[in-house]
Design a protein around this ligand. Sequence first.
Ligand SMILES: Nc1ncnc2c1ncn2[C@@H]1O[C@H](COP(=O)(O)OP(=O)(O)OP(=O)(O)O)[C@@H](O)[C@H]1O
Length: 311
Amino acid sequence: MTEPVLSLEHATRRYGGFTAVDDLSFAVRPGEIYGFLGQNGAGKTTTLRMIMDIVPPTSGTVRVLGSTSPRNVRRRVGYLPEERGLYRKMKAADSIAYFARLKGVPRAEARSRADALLERFGLGEFRKTKIEALSKGMAQKVQLLSVIAHEPELLILDEPFSGLDPVNQQLLEDMIGELRAGGRTIVFSTHVMEHAERLCDRFLMIAHGKKVFEGTLAEARALDGERLVLVTPDDPAPLRGVPGIASIAPLGGERFALLLNEGADSQAILAACLQHGVTVNGFGADATSLHELFFRFAGASPAPDVQREAA
Ligand SMILES: Nc1ncnc2c1ncn2[C@@H]1O[C@H](COP(=O)(O)OP(=O)(O)OP(=O)(O)O)[C@@H](O)[C@H]1O
């Protein structure tokens, strides 16, 4: 099997008596987009900081590009920190070139890469604009370009979508896809499951500093079991206890997920709906979203928007 680009083995980080990251192990393979998912305070940033050697693990090992000393491979890694920071008075192209030079790219090369990147990502006309005069989304794109200008093999992006409007979020998704197509490995953290669902090859889900799942979406769905979606204006409670139905979860409005036991017969369940007087306006197999899977694995209550929908 190919060497992982990045791995943690039993990494733990404590702050005083508080354990922010608890015995975390995972491995990222070359060329994949790897999503790091967790709610606020789950330990995502702390883990990314351990990877970047900004905070050392209290115990356990971090291995980046084959080295247990991340400082040795810094020039091969690009890191977008949670706290954004560009010099407001610097021009866009200068800013990108500056960060590339910090990572060892010669001056002339850094300049030409900065211009080429701005051009490629639709900011060519803003190359001489000061950061303070750019919109927030544009400044964030410039920051991301600053992180990739030294052509790192591995990109670590902490909440790269936060603060971007939907158009810029889509642009960033495209950009991440493009970087992967160019052979980079990308790890990004998010609490917005939709980005991860669209982009990632594999995911790590953490809750309270602990791993609750690592794998592909298909693997998460397989672990979760099969489900049917029932659309009904009625309360589906009478279906509880029907053979084959493990549980019933509201999806919002008139939609309910029926989680099935192994070998459940969907036709028998449809018949049971009619027998119990539950109106069936829609009934069929449906893939579980990453959003729902996350809440199931993380053991948390649904996000407020889901609760609102369900109410
Ligand atoms: N320097 C620190 N000192 C004390 N506690 C800390 C420190 N850094 C992080 N923590 C705590 O560790 C936990 C994990 O924080 P972390 O920032 O890693 O979470 P996160 O998953 O990135 O959350 P968010 O999505 O809100 O950024 C939190 O409870 C946080 O308060």
